[in-house]
Design a protein around this ligand. Structure first.
Ligand SMILES: NC(=O)c1ccc[n+]([C@@H]2O[C@H](COP(=O)([O-])OP(=O)(O)OC[C@H]3O[C@@H](n4cnc5c(N)ncnc54)[C@H](O)[C@@H]3O)[C@@H](O)[C@H]2O)c1
Length: 355
């Protein structure tokens, strides 16, 4: 068992252990005197794991209920939140009861948002079941939903009271979604940990998953604790995301997964900053080799001009500019803010030019 304590305004522990899902009730009881526990899960995850979690909760005296929504990002909407509120209401959830998010990032973000706002805030526990949610979204307290105009436009900061990570759940996760998480894992190595990056180069990630999850979560913990409300350093977690989101947008949100886009975005931006002498020579080649090793795309048919155009409207834009995260070398990064009128000039792509 690995334990990480997150010392945010409302501190909470993260437990990582094989099989912890089946004894979730005992850990939740340690941190909650709730009478009722609502499990929120999606249509893929609930049939696999919900009964195991519910049985353990009942063993520790919780009255349980289950809310299941149709799996998929398309359901990360206010209409699903309303349905969750109605479930809470119909099951007499009070301010001292607890919601349990069982699933990937979509489930965690929505359960957290419903918990943050129902009766002005009830406790919630994260039991993440995708690699992405285990290494990233279950930690840090960002919750919310999408609007038709864009992802994660409505939300709240609301920390969980506990995170239980069971690496065994990844056995049932389709490869495509595993890759989504790998994009984030590679990102952590790039921005904060040369040793994690080397491990990913030398070993097979599936053989050392517990260590990898632990290291990623610990990096996220450190960044989040230093900047809980995302007003400064937390922006480094967006490394690769500005170009990644642009690639997703250009691809019409199909054909490339979010994680693949982030990893490719990391490669593209590092190729440019290396060419400009900002990043140590050879860094982009190391990222490229890693992407190849994990079967992630290393090329795009879009020109740099198209990608730069598509960064307009990015969530990380504010005022008249956009914050980019650059690497100095593997493991060291910094935030660089560039005015909209200077972006193409900065990247040396004032003219349309193929990468
Ligand atoms: N809050 C944050 O800090 C943060 C950070 C990064 C991403 N996110 C959000 O996370 C979401 C993406 O998360 P995700 O990739 O986990 O997506 P997801 O929750 O949709 O899960 C991906 C797919 O895997 C299935 N699944 C989940 N666990 C499974 C398992 N163990 N076995 C079999 N199938 C399983 C799900 O049903 C779904 O079809 C996005 O909405 C993104 O905005 C949030």
């Amino acid at each position: 068992m690995k334990v990480i304590d997150v010392n945010t305004g409302r501190p909470y522990p993260i437990y990582i252990d094989h099989g912890i899902l089946g004894v979730a009730g005992s850990y939740i009881r340690e941190r909650s005197s709730a009478v009722r526990a609502v499990i929120v899960s999606d249509s893929n995850v609930a049939p696999l794991y919900a009964e195991r979690v519910a049985a353990s909760l009942r063993e520790y005296g919780f009255e349980t209920s289950l809310f299941v929504f149709e799996a998929g990002e398309e359901r990360k909407r206010l209409s699903t939140i309303e349905a969750i509120y109605n479930h809470f209401y119909e099951h007499n959830i009070t301010r001292t009861d607890v919601a349990v998010a069982l699933g990937g990032g979509v489930t965690g973000d929505m359960t957290g948002f419903a918990a943050a706002s129902y009766l002005r805030g009830i406790d919630f526990v994260q039991i993440p079941t995708t690699l992405l949610s285990q290494v990233d979204s279950s930690v840090g307290g960002k919750t919310g939903v999408d609007l038709p105009g864009g992802k994660n436009l409505v939300g709240a900061f609301w920390q969980p009271t506990l995170v239980l990570i069971d690496p065994d759940t990844l056995d049932t996760l389709p490869q495509k979604f595993f890759n989504d998480g790998m994009g984030e894992v590679i990102k952590y190595g790039c921005i904060k940990s040369p040793s994690l990056f080397e491990k990913l180069e030398k070993e097979n990630v599936r053989d050392i998953l517990d260590d990898i999850i632990y290291e990623c979560v610990d990096i996220k913990r450190e960044v989040v604790v230093n900047d809980e409300r995302d007003t400064g350093e937390r922006a480094i977690l967006n490394f690769g995301h500005t170009f990644g989101h642009a690639l997703e947008k250009l691809s019409g949100y199909s054909g490339i997964t979010h994680g693949e886009a982030v990893a490719l975005g990391a490669l593209l931006i590092t190729s440019v900053t290396e060419e400009k002498g900002i990043t140590e020579q050879g860094t982009s080649e190391r990222i490229r080799s890693l992407l190849k090793k994990y079967d992630m795309p290393c090329e795009t048919s879009f020109s740099m001009c198209e990608i730069l155009d598509a960064t307009r409207g990015d969530k990380k834009s504010s005022g008249n500019g956009l914050s980019f995260i650059f690497l100095r070398e593997i493991g060291t990064c910094f935030i660089n803010r560039i005015g909209f009128d200077k972006i193409k000039e900065f990247f040396g792509y004032a003219e349309d030019r193929e990468l």
